[in-house]
Design a protein around this ligand. Structure first.
Ligand code: FES
Ligand code: FES
Length: 180
């Protein structure tokens, strides 16, 4: 394509900023470790985790924030990493499914998913577990109704929803009467 040679009042030719001027991320904290990433800060967090840091437990499903397969925790809150830029999490604490099992010791909810057979293909599982873990941290005794409400944004194509809810219930402390 032919370049535009016109000049503007500030001496530039009005062209889009070159990639070299894109802000770069200095540091993020992933699973308890500070990590320096030299990268386009607009890059989706999911791809930084998977491609740059080798943390492949967070999955790509829709890429549009609709399915929840890519869910991680940012400062303890579930976030869809496919639509979160890495620049947005600079200086914040990111936890992935790998971070729930330091030294290979499974989180109680991971153990519950195995015990309750709460997965089939496993594609949704890390997103389900991250969201469930965040829910239990915020409320250790959620009712079945609250569990269903908090988890309903995550799609399980295999349809094992009942077993997923059962797994979370099995970890909850003395759940109250169902409020549904
Ligand atoms: S891949 Fe992120 S919400 Fe579907
Ligand atoms: S276990 Fe297959 S998508 Fe949920």
């Amino acid at each position: 394509m032919k370049s535009d040679a016109r000049s503007t009042a500030d001496g530039s030719n009005g062209a889009i900023e070159p990639a070299a001027t894109i802000r770069r991320v200095a540091e993020i904290n992933v699973n308890g470790a500070d990590v320096a990433v030299e990268i386009d800060s607009r890059k989706p967090l999911l791809w930084v985790l998977r491609d740059d840091l080798g943390l492949t437990g967070s999955h790509y499903g829709c890429g549009e924030g609709q399915c929840g397969a890519c869910t991680v925790l940012v400062d303890g809150t579930p976030r869809r990493s496919c639509i979160t830029s890495v620049g947005d999490v600079a200086g914040r604490v990111v936890t992935t499914i790998e971070g729930l099992a330091p030294n290979g010791r499974l989180h109680p909810l991971q153990q519950a998913f195995l015990r309750e057979d709460a997965l089939q293909c496993g594609y949704c599982t890390s997103g389900m577990i991250m969201s469930g873990a965040a829910l239990l941290r915020r409320n250790p005794s959620p009712s079945r109704g609250e569990i269903v409400r908090r988890m309903e944004g995550i799609v399980c194509r295999c349809g094992v929803y009942n077993r997923i809810v059962a797994a979370i219930q099995s970890v909850a402390e003395t759940p109250p009467e169902d409020d549904q």
